[in-house]
Design a protein around this ligand. Sequence first.
Ligand code: SAM
Length: 229
Amino acid sequence: MGTAAAHHAADHWEDAIATGIDPTSWAYAEDYTGEDEVVTGARASASDSGVVPIGPGTAAALSLLAAGAGAKAVVEIGTGTGVSGLALLRGMRSDGTLTTVDIDAENQRLARKTFLDAGVASNRFRLIAGAGLDVVTRLTDGHYDLVFCDADRRENTAYLHEALRLLRPGGTVAFAGVLTGGKVADPAHRDADTMALRDLIRAVRDDDTLVSALLPTSEGLLTAAKRLK
Ligand SMILES: C[S@@+](CC[C@H](N)C(=O)[O-])C[C@H]1O[C@@H](n2cnc3c(N)ncnc32)[C@H](O)[C@@H]1O
């Protein structure tokens, strides 16, 4: 194909994509899997506690990533009331264990209730109260299939560093909320949180040891798999 024709095809393709993600289609995709009463309850307790859980599309994507990886060992930073943790547990192998960290012990009490209400055996999750970086630095190198980060956005680049140490080759790291509020995509915004998210996105994209995608589910899910050698 000549250059002009190639450009025309690209324009056409971008038009088609822009048409494809109209708000109705986006909402349809978000609601695609649906959520049960346990997740609805976890969302209600998040709202009461001032915690912002991941959206339904991101929850579905996390279940998919955990299932696709055949995940047996998963780390989560930012438990909240358990919306994301339950999505991970539901995608993992039935004998898999979630290690989830939150600085707020009350949030973790609510997450425990979420997991138990969903019928998850108590030996399948380990709730650790503490600052994310203090806890994950004590976890074992190369032992984990998936690391999910949804805690302090300004610490995300440090979480990435730890995740790359914790993951086995072929393992996946994911970060929630990377497109929140549309600020990251708009160069006019230069506040500290937005700049930190851009630093993270750049660090993931430019790392040759990773294969990454920025998924536009819910509030944006940055995902990256650690290449096999
Ligand atoms: C966005 S919410 C997590 C929501 C949860 N992932 C979900 O979807 O259900 C962020 C959580 O991170 C916790 N958090 C904030 N800073 C933290 C830190 N430095 N270390 C660990 N947890 C932290 C908060 O207490 C809060 O529960």
